[in-house]
Ligand binder design. Structure first.
Ligand code: HPA
Length: 247
């Protein structure tokens, strides 16, 4: 079964025919909302809205451990994250879809591990390739089949939020080697790794990052919403193509 975590602009998966909703409790507390089970092109799929179905949970307050644990317990064999990001690199303007291959973590104070002491031995998971390479390739192949143009690779800077960045912070992220910036990529990716579940992301650029391009003098939230609405259809088609190839 495929799991999809929907971010801003994707709190419902319109092409998922939902057969069941389940409210799950985990040892780590409550997930962002009920799990929605159904089929996406005949492929068994479980969906959760990262920010809750009313989009009320800010990035720093998402219970990432509960979400990941719940999906794993539900039988997820692969997890695809969908998230909106700001484009740092010039060629990554609004509407671009990107399958990242690296992460830099700038978040702090989040519950970022299942290996949190207690009686179990210390575990240091390998995170050289934070996104599962095989799942990435499958997403890229699905994009090719569906005719959707996607950017292969890029470094995701995960910031704490919920505020957006200053222009100087974006300059620093670029110097660090980041191409896009978002607020939810971590600890989600590493928690999936700790659960030994392949994880990859589809990133939708909703705006130029602060101080860049159309955001030279500020980020317009209304423009973000318009872009998300317009471009989410592309993400849907990509997911549909991905799931069609799974069966
Ligand atoms: N910064 C951080 N997170 C984001 C952005 C951004 O510009 N756009 C969408 N998510």
């Amino acid at each position: 079964m495929i799991a999809i975590i929907g971010g801003s602009g994707l709190s419902q998966l319109s092409n998922l025919d939902i057969t069941r909703r389940e409210v799950v409790r985990t040892p780590y507390g409550e997930p962002s909302g009920a799990l929605q089970f159904g089929h996406l092109c005949d492929q068994r799929t479980v969906f959760i809205a990262r920010h809750g179905y009313g989009h009320t949970i800010p990035p720093h307050a998402v219970n990432y451990r509960a979400n990941l644990w719940a999906l794993k317990q539900a039988g997820a064999e692969a997890i695809i994250s969908v998230a909106s990001v700001g484009g740092i690199a010039e060629h990554l303007g609004p509407g671009t879809v990107l399958i990242p291959d690296q992460i830099i973590d700038y978040t702090w104070g989040r519950k970022a591990t299942f290996f949190d002491g207690g009686d179990s031995p210390v575990v240091h998971v390998d995170f050289t390739e934070p996104y599962n390479p095989e799942l990435r390739q499958r997403l890229l192949a699905a994009a090719k089949r569906s005719g959707e143009e996607v950017v292969d690779g890029g470094t995701y800077a995960a910031t704490q939020g919920p505020r957006l960045e200053s222009a100087a912070e974006v300059n620093r992220l670029e110097r660090d080697g980041a191409h896009v910036v978002g607020m939810t990529g971590m600890p989600e990716a590493v928690l999936a790794r700790e659960l030994e579940t392949p994880y990859a992301a589809i990133l939708l650029v909703s705006n130029h990052a602060a101080g860049r391009g159309l955001s030279a003098h500020g980020i317009q939230m209304e423009a973000i919403e318009v872009t998300l609405k317009q471009a989410m259809g592309r993400v849907h088609r990509l997911l549909q193509s991905f799931c069609s190839s799974c069966t």
